[in-house]
Design a protein around this ligand. Sequence first.
Ligand code: ADP
Ligand code: MG
Length: 374
Amino acid sequence: MEERYAFLAEWYDPSATLLRRYQLLYYPKDGTVEMFDVKNQRIFLRRTKYDGLHQENLFIGSRVSVFSRQLNLIAYGDQYTANKLGSKKERTLAMIKPDAVTKLGDILQAIHAANLIVTKAKMTRLTENQAADFYVEHQSKPFFSNLVQFVSSGHLVAMELMGDEAISIWRRLLGPTDSTVAQREAQHSVRAQFGTDGVKNAGHGSDSVAAAARELEYFFPSTTGHGLSNTAKYTDCTCCIVKPHAILEGLTGKILNSISAAGFEISALQMFTLDQTNAEEFYEVYKGVVTEYPNMVAELCSGPCLALEICGTNTPKSFRGFCGPNDPGTARHVRPTTLRAIYGKDKVQNAVHCTDLPEDGLLEVQYFFKILDG
Ligand code: ADP
Ligand code: MG
């Protein structure tokens, strides 16, 4: 029988103001999808080719878009799908501590090479009380106050990583707790490369399924409105979005490294999955102006994207120059060292969005970090 994955999916129908349920079928061999209306027991979408769906984004809790409908995948549709895809979906909390935030690009490359995917990410900062709360299991240890002080000393990046054995793989990537031991025993580990000593050791990883559940809930609470604040500054800044196709291709780490190497500071960072309405709203100024507008919207909501607030001298203009012309083909001719020349494929999948008009830099940053991160 032909391989196919089945999911139970929910779609909020705004005109009827109700939740509709579908069985979503995905056939990996030819990239086709098929949908059944569960309540009315009939075919909703005949088996059709649809390029916007990727196996990497098919897991419980994910939001995917199928022909402009934003679907929430709420359960596996059959035992085969649960066994085949579910076993590979362990989740863990990875926290990049303040001493290694500028090394995030390198760390993301290691995560990608280890076959883990980033499903959530947010740059934030903890107060001393919050750090003490997070590390409550260590409160009687002699190093507790040093630890709390260090972890609350600057920005950190919290991420949810997902994959087969994510918990143990991420801890192996981190290496031994003490960075000096890591330098002796695991030279390529994150702590060996980016840590300094026993306290300043670059990163944190959950050590069990129960700890992962608690720690993920701490940084990414399931009830809205309880999350930690992002770190956006809203001054002398511009907006950059790593597009879904680039994330899927595993280019995020390289792109962040290029941005830092060019002297720009990433002052806020967060992963979002946009729905059709948000993507249309964000790209409003291109509507009727750029022929690619509908495809740009489709690309932006085809999977998770990574929004960045970029600070540097003369942004947005200088950063826009660094991203290069919209069309990567043109960019490779006239500006071969720009982000789009190196990482882009075509005008729609051109790796990054960056603010075009100088006066829009702040507005675009606010759209993500004030409006969407509500
Ligand atoms: P891990 O982070 O590897 O799970 P622990 O849970 O034992 O390690 O400790 C939490 C954090 O406390 C460590 O990552 C490190 O920052 C700090 N820490 C642990 N042990 C010591 C120590 N002996 N001296 C100083 N700091 C320590
Ligand atoms: Mg620990």
